[in-house]
Ligand binder design. Structure first.
Ligand SMILES: Nc1ncnc2c1ncn2[C@@H]1O[C@H](COP(=O)(O)OP(=O)(O)O)[C@@H](O)[C@H]1O
Ligand SMILES: [Mg+2]
Length: 455
């Protein structure tokens, strides 16, 4: 350190000597450069003070007293330039920041932050080792050029970042941006960048210091949250819609089906009445049989509408018989064979989970009928501790599974929701032409949790 200090002392002395003669801008710039050099060599402010003191001893003290005030003033200006880089150094910067809460945070996050220090005049830039690490580089790999970082900024954000930088430098607006970058390996990441420029007396920025933080995880969480909120919003809008449709359907069935049957029944009874009034012989058994048949039909219609609303069998007989019944109706209606691998006693399904389980199977079968063109379905409901696995596999045309899909398809979304409510998940595998396989993996703990009665 002494030899470095020695060399610096000689340069400072020479620089100050010239400056005392011409007081040129170039002289001041030279002093500033020496200050930077001293910092890079890890010299401290006390070293600088000693340096200056020695120079004063050599250059100012021997001068005639009448010259001394001017020389002292010039030497002080020269010395201030030497100190400027220290004042602006990151340590100095951080210390100055404790003043405000927000700036305090900068100091706290300093450990994780990657620092940069840029000279807008020369375009020289310094990246700290942590900065390079964030960008996926070894310390020696990333050149100290602005372009080395600018080139890594995602092109969708580039314009915004440069705009923000320019309005900071030109109009002193806050430079605080979040943008996407690509690391050395091409991996996309999000960074948060803040910086503060320093302007000289003529208003030109001569230095800008700042940091970047890797905020990829936060961004990912935000994005996942946003997506799931959006999904929930769509789902609940859909539920409203379905409810309305359901009401309309029930109203139609009540009106068309029950209404008509009741009208017919009323007509038949009024015929009966007119028979009674005109003293005709007591109605024949056949007339009464007709009335009974109508009433039976009415009862059947009501049963049908009610069963559609809520499968009563679920409550009366339990989940597996209700599913068996569902499958029988499905096969009869669509002519699709269903091979079941269900061990009815393997799992003691509790009351709460029944409707969710039932609706999942129902939706899967509806999809098979609607989308697959399959001739055969294999349905498994098996115990695989600690899970219950429900698998519905068809031999139909399958589908391309892509994430973007499903804007308006709520069947699968609803199934996922139900599975999630039970603490499980839905997995789908399918390829066009190769059938569709849907698997619900559900924790037994929530299916079998004790309640008043189990099936
Ligand atoms: N068994 C299946 N075979 C082929 N494609 C299916 C099957 N099940 C679902 N799909 C595809 O997945 C999409 C989403 O299903 P779903 O969420 O139930 O919506 P919807 O049935 O209202 O179209 C369907 O539109 C269909 O393209
Ligand atoms: Mg569907």
């Amino acid at each position: 350190m002494t030899t470095r200090l020695g060399a610096l002392r000689a340069d400072y002395l020479a620089g100050l000597r010239t400056y005392l003669e011409d007081e040129s801008e170039a002289g001041l710039a030279y002093s500033y450069e020496l200050g930077r050099r001293a910092m890079m060599e890890r010299l401290g402010l006390l070293d600088m003070a000693a340096l200056h003191r020695a120079a004063l001893d050599t250059l100012v003290l021997p001068a005639p007293p009448s010259d001394q005030p001017r020389l002292m003033e010039a030497a002080t200006a020269f010395f201030n330039e030497l100190l400027a880089p220290f004042e602006l150094s990151i340590e100095g910067y951080r210390a100055a920041l404790t003043a405000s809460e927000e700036r305090f945070q900068l100091a706290v996050s300093g450990a994780m932050a990657g620092l940069w220090d840029w000279n807008p005049q020369t375009d020289e830039i310094y990246f700290s080792p942590q900065f390079k690490r964030i960008m996926g580089y070894e310390d020696s790999e990333l050149p100290n050029e602005r372009q080395a970082h600018f080139g890594a900024i995602d092109e969708q954000d580039f314009e915004r970042v440069t705009q923000s930088l320019m309005s900071h430098l030109d109009r002193r607006q806050v430079y605080d941006v979040e943008y996407r970058v690509r690391t050395k390996s091409g991996e996309p990441r999000w960074v948060h960048s803040r910086g503060q420029a320093l302007w000289n007396d003529s208003g030109e920025p001569y230095r800008m210091v700042g940091w970047i933080l890797d905020i990829t995880d936060r961004k990912r969480d935000e994005e996942a949250l946003r997506a799931s909120r959006e999904e929930m919003r769509r789902l609940s809008a859909h539920i409203q819609h379905v409810r309305e449709e359901e009401k309309a359907r029930i109203a139609r069935e009540l009106h068309d089906d029950l209404g008509q049957q009741l009208t017919a029944l009323k007509m038949a009874t009024s015929l009966l009445e007119s028979g009674v009034r005109t003293d005709q012989p007591w109605p024949a058994q056949s007339t009464l049989n007709g009335l009974y048949a109508m009433i039976d039909e009415l009862v059947e219609s009501i049963r049908h509408i009610a069963a559609d609303l809520h499968p009563v069998m679920l409550d009366d007989l339990g989940l597996i018989p209700a599913i068996d019944n569902l499958i029988d109706e499905f096969s009869a209606r669509y002519g699709i064979r269903v091979i079941r691998h269900i061990d009815p006693d393997a799992i003691a399904f509790n009351r709460e989970c029944r409707i969710d389980m039932f609706r999942m199977v129902q939706e899967a079968l509806t999809n098979v009928a609607r989308h697959s063109g399959a001739s055969e379905v294999v349905l498994d409901i098996v115990r695989a501790d600690p899970h219950c696995i429900v698998r519905i596999v068809d031999n139909g045309r399958g589908a391309a599974i892509d994430g973007a899909k499903g804007r308006h398809s709520f069947g699968l979304l609803g199934m996922r929701e139900r599975a999630a409510l039970l603490g499980g998940e839905i997995r789908i595998s399918s390829e066009p032409g190769a059938g569709f396989a849907l698997t619900a993996i559900l924790p037994l703990a929530s299916l079998e949790a004790k309640d008043a009665s189990s099936s």
